[in-house]
Design a protein around this ligand. Structure first.
Ligand code: AMP
Ligand code: GLY
Length: 421
């Protein structure tokens, strides 16, 4: 089989490595992929948002199955366009991807169907939003409606910060048209849990839970990033909570999307907060999380491609999705300075005896060398029998990867370990 994976980061590298385990796979193309994953896939220089070129490539190369991994092409309708020319895909259609593409849509969906989430108001007019904020509870959370590279959420601890946020999103348009509408919502507290799930619109199969570390620096300090590391499973996510989430959140969401005529097929990501009032939805993503995928897929014992094809056919109920009872830890190695200014172009070296998976996110090939080419450069994932051992192992393997300005958090998983004590 010829497989095409749209996207080019660490998440896509993890998906590709897992798909490669299927014996029927002859060739995997990554569009665009990155120079660091060239051993595992044929990288094709087509951007993940260039839907016309993606469709043309798939047709010309007789692709048997496509996986569309990032949010942008999903929201732009890549799956619809590929399906139109008869290529089976893993990923939601445009009308279902809106669950991530519009926060106004997802908040209204949750309100309509009674799915627990933070209380909120929607504004399309900055003056009205500013008036509202005068009497709103502080802290408050202000979110741009549309996609904003994961940066469209501003947590405001004073009224002045909230006013500033409204101005910068709605007047200065720091997130472009994504900020034409905003959601202002209640500030929630509690541990966060990421739950990725497979769903074909009839069956929902949650994957093993995970925990992201979004801040750049140890102790959850510094700027928000795309994610500096992950662990799985998340110890806060107990069996009782999982049961509650299935009944109160997962099934109601899938059913709500069906009722709206927007059946979701693919990976539905639940970003949850375990508040004192129970689990609530912080956000939905219409795709695998990054870097959650880099700890979830190494623990998947079933065949990923078989699951994806079953989802696409609406036959997920016929598949037994099994996860190992081990734990995983992924430490993201970034370029010093990320998420702001950083240098790149430094050679990445990986020792031959490394006992971890290395998922490359930001790299390019140049004269046979793999050079850094991004803020988040790669993730090192170790698997072990316990969470503590997975963390120890990941940090033991990290020094076997080197590049000139490498920077990484030293405390990935520490909060999770405390929860276990
Ligand atoms: P998102 O980009 O939607 O993943 O949001 C980024 C982060 O902002 C989340 O991981 C949470 O830590 C935080 N956040 C979002 N919404 C809220 C909320 N209502 N209350 C508290 N924190 C929030
Ligand atoms: N790690 C969070 C996300 O993928 O959106």
């Amino acid at each position: 089989m010829k497989i095409m994976v749209v996207g080019g980061g660490g998440r896509e590298h993890a998906i590709i490595k897992k798909i490669k385990e299927n014996k029927n796979v002859e060739e995997i193309y990554a569009l665009p992929g990155n120079g660091g994953m060239a051993e595992d896939a044929t990288c094709v220089n087509i951007g993940a948002k260039d839907i016309d070129a993606i469709v043309k490539f798939a047709k010309e190369n007789q692709i048997d199955f496509a996986v569309v991994a990032p949010d942008d092409p999903l929201v732009l309708g890549a799956v619809d366009a590929l399906s139109e020319i008869g290529i089976p895909c893993f990923g939601p259609e445009k009308k279902a991807a809106i669950i991530e593409g519009s926060k106004v849509f997802s908040k209204n969906l949750m309100k309509k169907y009674g799915i627990p989430t933070a209380k909120y108001e929607v504004f399309s007019d900055a003056a009205e939003a500013l008036r509202y904020i005068q009497t709103a509870p502080i802290p408050t959370v202000i979110k741009a409606d549309g996609l904003a590279l994961g940066k469209g959420v501003l947590i405001c601890f004073t009224k002045e910060e909230a006013e500033e946020a409204i101005h910068s999103i709605m007047d200065d348009k720091i997130f472009g048209e994504s900020g034409s509408n905003i959601v202002i919502e209640e500030f929630l507290t509690g541990p966060e849990v990421s739950v990725l799930s497979f769903t074909d619109g009839k069956t929902v199969v949650p994957m093993i839970s995970s925990m992201d570390h979004k801040r750049a620096l140890d102790g959850d300090k510094g700027l928000n990033t795309g994610g500096m590391g992950t662990i799985a499973p998340n110890p806060y996510y107990t069996e009782d909570i999982a049961k509650r989430c299935m009944e109160e959140i997962f099934l109601p969401t899938v059913n709500a999307m069906n009722a709206e005529g927007r059946t979701f097929k693919g990976c539905l990501y639940f970003g949850l907060m375990l508040t004192p009032d129970g689990p609530k939805v912080i956000e939905y993503n219409c795709r695998f999380g990054d870097p959650e995928t880099q700890v979830v897929l190494p623990l998947l014992e079933s065949d990923l491609l078989d699951i994806m094809m079953a989802v696409s056919k609406g036959e997920l109920d016929k598949i037994d999705v099994k996860f190992s009872d081990k734990s995983a830890c992924c430490v993201v190695m970034a370029s010093e300075g990320y998420p702001q200014k950083y240098d790149s172009g430094f050679e990445i070296k990986v020792a031959d005896d490394i006992e971890a998976q290395v998922y490359i996110a930001g790299a390019k090939l140049s004269e046979g060398k793999v050079l850094t080419a991004g803020g988040r450069v790669l993730g090192v994932t170790a698997v072990a029998d316990t969470l503590e051992n997975a963390i120890i192992k990941a940090y033991a393997e990290v020094p076997k990867v080197s590049f000139a300005n490498a920077f990484y958090r030293k405390d990935i998983g520490q909060r999770a370990l405390e929860a276990l004590k």
